[in-house]
Ligand binder design. Structure first.
Ligand SMILES: [Zn+2]
Length: 60
């Protein structure tokens, strides 16, 4: 009997935990979240702070 309410983790196909849906655990949720974050922030906002360029080098 397959309960339609019980779904599998979006990442590893383990039984989904309602607390972390659609994942089976915080770990899988974190992994997926990080994937999104790193994807969104993979390229830092460069070019908008040209003025501060060189500050770090001079500080040394
Ligand atoms: Zn999982």
């Amino acid at each position: 009997m397959s309960d339609p309410a019980v779904r599998s983790c979006a990442r590893c196909d383990k039984p989904m935990d309602p607390a972390y849906r659609p994942f089976c655990s915080k770990r899988c949720a974190d992994i997926d979240l990080q994937k999104w974050l790193t994807g969104a922030y993979a390229i830092p906002g460069t070019g908008t702070e040209d003025d501060s360029e060189g500050d770090e080098a001079e500080e040394r």
